[in-house]
Design a protein around this ligand. Structure first.
Ligand code: FBP
Ligand code: MG
Ligand code: MG
Length: 294
């Protein structure tokens, strides 16, 4: 039986998207509670060839089961499964990173969940995103929600949500930068851009979980990148599951998201698990990276 009732809380004003985000909020509480027992790796790799923790698997199973049960959901795709699951009917195609930064579990550092809501079947361009949200499991559980135009942040406590920041934008005076990959592997343009940020006295803040690092950028202003690398020009993060949904949030918060050569949200991936370099944060900083790479 599909679950369309009870009426979801208002997150974006679209009933189908709101039902998705209600399920994400409820499920995030369970995902968090289950983390302590699921820190170990299981056998096998995900479609990106990375190790999988028991927590990755568990979060993916919970989100898939609950979200595919909604009337509004036409398909569920995740970083942890090769193929997408289709539902009968529905209008929205979901792309999830069920647990982002899961290698942080062993060192007890933050992790997250990323949700992209597309109105076209995947893989598709970020311009087909109608909404996106992410959960950060830090000292508190928070959820950032974007309807494509505005960005709101909530504190998730048990069954409740409390507004923390409404219709917020990036601070104008940026103070942090976070670039992934090994410095010797950066291309000359990436190295030049970072040297410029260091001359401007931006401070390095890199924690190894995309959602946690992006939340620092949204809070303090700055730039996050998982850049092109000499031997992997496509970087590390996945376009449909990570780069585009989080890019939508940063773009709506008054920033920019680029693949280094143009707006990332206009790119069009061929493969569901395709990777893309990503640079996002205050627009002038992202512009500077593009200028160094051109
Ligand atoms: O260990 P590295 O190379 O710094 O990579 C860290 C990046 O990889 C990720 O962990 C990839 O995400 P997953 O953990 O969801 O695979 C990002 O969260 C993070 O930004
Ligand atoms: Mg991730
Ligand atoms: Mg993940």
């Amino acid at each position: 039986m599909n679950r369309s009732a009870p009426s979801p809380a208002e997150w974006t004003g679209d009933e189908g998207v709101d039902a998705v985000f209600d399920v994400v909020r409820e499920t995030a509480v369970e995902v968090r509670e289950a983390l302590p027992e699921r820190r170990a790796y299981v056998d096998g790799e995900n479609p990106s060839g990375e190790r999988v923790s028991a927590a990755d698997e568990h979060a993916d199973e919970l989100f898939a089961e609950r979200l595919l049960d909604l009337d509004a959901v036409a398909s569920y795709a995740s970083e942890e499964r090769e193929d997408q699951q289709r539902a009968d009917g529905g209008e929205y195609h979901l792309a999830l990173d069920p647990l982002d930064g899961s290698s942080n579990l062993r060192s007890n550092n933050p992790v997250g969940t990323i949700v992209g809501v597309y109105d076209e079947p995947l893989p598709t361009s970020g311009s087909d995103l109608v909404a996106a949200a992410f959960v950060l499991y830090g000292p508190n559980t928070t959820m950032v929600v974007c309807d494509g135009e505005t960005v709101d942040e909530y504190l998730i406590e048990g069954g409740d949500r409390k507004s923390l920041r409404e219709d917020f934008t990036l601070p104008e005076d940026p103070t942090v930068y976070a670039f992934g990959g090994r410095r010797p592997d950066w291309t000359p343009g990436v190295t030049a851009a970072v040297e410029g940020f260091e001359e401007d006295r931006l401070k390095l803040r890199y924690g190894g979980a995309f959602i946690a690092d992006v939340t620092q950028v949204l809070t303090h202003g700055g730039i996050f990148a998982y850049p092109e690398l000499e031997d992997t020009p496509e970087g590390k993060l996945r376009y449909c599951f990570e780069c585009a949904p989080v890019g939508l949030v940063v773009d709506a918060a008054g920033g920019r998201v680029s693949d280094g050569y143009g707006d990332l949200l206009d790119a069009d991936p061929d493969e569901l698990h395709e990777r893309s370099p990503v640079y996002l944060g205050n627009a002038d900083l992202v512009d500077r990276v593009e200028a160094e790479l051109s």
